[in-house]
Design a protein around this ligand. Structure first.
Ligand code: EPU
Length: 334
């Protein structure tokens, strides 16, 4: 266990914002976390982070930042059809996907190259190319601020689009320590996403490695590498609008992309709305809307959190002015 004072968070947020935490605590096991919580008494405010790939710091954090280094993939049970595994919250998400692909476990491949860690994946319900992590999660192991363990079954996690019970304000004192996944050992692919289909046709065989390679290629073509250009992936959630409003819009913009959400609602890509407002590639000081994917805001170098927030507010206002649709950040602003 390491407890550090006045600690720089620069390496702990993919936006590359240089802020400090009064106290930073990293632990390797549940027992270390529980010892810390019971003996040291966590003072408010506190914030548990993963890899910081969905976070935007706007100022120094005057409190304790916690980070899990519980790592590794443990097999709980397997037969010839399925495998159940338990994965440490501090494991890099993409290392886990790579492990699944090598071992021939199906389900996580569409989520290749999503930044962040396994613990945060279960909080945020990460998703891409027709798959959400909730489809693979069996249960989530936690420790609360009083050092008490509890396992939440998938249904108790109240999963929705980029949402779970763990995002509720009253659940901020519940820390994910491990996530249990159930994966198939028989081929079952989700290839309904257009771009994947088109790219896969260039490859002779359909297997896990090929799908992972294709997803990585598609993501790398659109999404900036945070090591080169600070960013937190999609900055906004895609808005869900009532069908009536969607039909009006579609008459006006017949080329508008959309995804059906049940019978009454339709999801519209925020990236498309932002691009229509002319923001693609536009800079606002040291913050900019990414040139290849308008849903991504980037730090051009040395930007402070409030500059990115100012850009985000300007983008959201112009989307509202033009389309009367409100878009909300997916990124957690601290
Ligand atoms: N589009 C534009 N202009 C843009 C960006 C997108 O017109 O600048 C259009 C695209 O042409 C396409 C549609 O919008 O028709 C959707 O674009 P894309 O496939 O890039 O996906 P997205 O809806 O922008 C979501 C997730 C991504 C995930 C992709 C692929 C959210 C908030 N984002 O983005 O997740 O990788 O789908 O499934 O749901 C993330 O959450 O950080 C993330 C990267």
């Amino acid at each position: 266990m390491a407890v550090l004072n006045n600690y720089s968070l620069l390496e702990h947020n993919t936006f590359g914002i240089d802020v400090r935490a009064s106290r930073f605590m990293e632990y390797d096991s549940e027992s270390e976390l529980m010892t810390f919580l019971v003996h040291e008494e966590l003072q408010v405010p506190f914030l548990h982070i993963g890899r910081g790939s969905n976070l935007l710091f706007t100022k120094d954090y005057e409190g304790t930042v916690l980070h899990s280094c519980i790592r590794g993939v443990e097999i709980l049970e397997e037969d010839d059809k399925r495998v159940r595994v338990r994965v440490g919250a501090g494991t890099l998400w993409d290392d886990f996907v790579a492990c699944c692909v090598v071992r021939g476990w199906y389900g996580a491949e569409n989520l290749s190259l999503i930044p962040g860690e396994v613990g945060a994946s279960a909080v945020q319900n990460i998703g891409a190319y027709g798959v959400e992590v909730k489809d693979l999660i069996e249960a989530v192991e936690t420790v609360d601020i009083h050092g008490k363990k509890r396992i939440y079954a998938n249904a108790e996690c109240k999963y929705a689009y980029r949402d779970s019970i763990f995002k509720r304000p009253d659940m901020k004192s519940v820390f994910v320590t491990r996530v249990r996944f159930s994966l198939s050992k028989k081929p079952c692919y989700r290839l309904d996403y257009g771009a994947i289909h088109a790219e896969l046709e260039k490859y002779p065989a359909l297997d896990l490695q090929t799908i992972r390679r294709v997803i990585i290629k598609i993501r790398q073509a659109k999404l900036p590498d945070p090591k080169v250009l600070g960013n937190a992936g999609s900055f906004f959630k895609n808005p869900v609008v009532p069908r009536g409003r969607f039909e009006e819009l579609l008459r006006q913009y017949p080329g508008m992309p959309f995804y059906e959400v049940g019978t009454d609602f339709v999801k519209i890509p925020a990236g498309w709305l932002i691009e229509q407002c002319g923001w693609k590639g536009k800079a606002f000081g040291r913050a900019s809307v990414h040139l290849r994917q308008a849903l991504v805001l980037v730090n051009l170098g040395g930007a402070q959190g409030h500059e990115i927030v100012a850009l985000a507010n300007a983008v959201a206002s112009s989307v509202y002015d033009r389309f009367h649709i409100r878009i909300y950040p997916e990124v957690n602003i601290v």
